[in-house]
Design a protein. Structure first.
Length: 103
């Protein structure tokens, strides 16, 4: 049984994805793939982790694996991410560029 609830899985998946990015930057490819795998296990619809792993596979020349991840990411629907996108889209806060007066 998974020790995480839905929200906990979401945040844990993000933590593993972030560590995967750090490992990829450091050149720890196996560890990066393991982290992305865990992020995707926790949240199979985690588009960013799928794209990150697909990108890493592509750089390794594993084109079939990368295409599988890219295709999964294209169709992935994550209810929590979608909910957050909706909240951001409905936010009344708008960024308005400041104009500076020239004297």
């Amino acid at each position: 049984m998974d020790r995480y609830g839905e929200r906990e899985r979401y945040y844990a998946a993000h933590a593993f994805n972030t560590r995967g990015v750090a490992n990829a930057i450091l050149g720890n490819i196996k560890e990066a793939v393991d982290d992305y795998d865990e992020a995707i296990r926790l949240n199979p619809n985690f588009r960013v982790a799928l794209l990150n792993r697909g990108d890493l596979y592509e750089k390794q020349g594993k084109l079939k694996d990368s295409l599988v991840d890219f295709e999964k990411a294209r169709h992935a629907r994550d209810p929590i991410e979608d909910e957050q996108d909706l909240i951001i889209a409905r936010s009344p806060t708008r960024v308005i560029p400041l104009r500076t007066s020239r004297t």
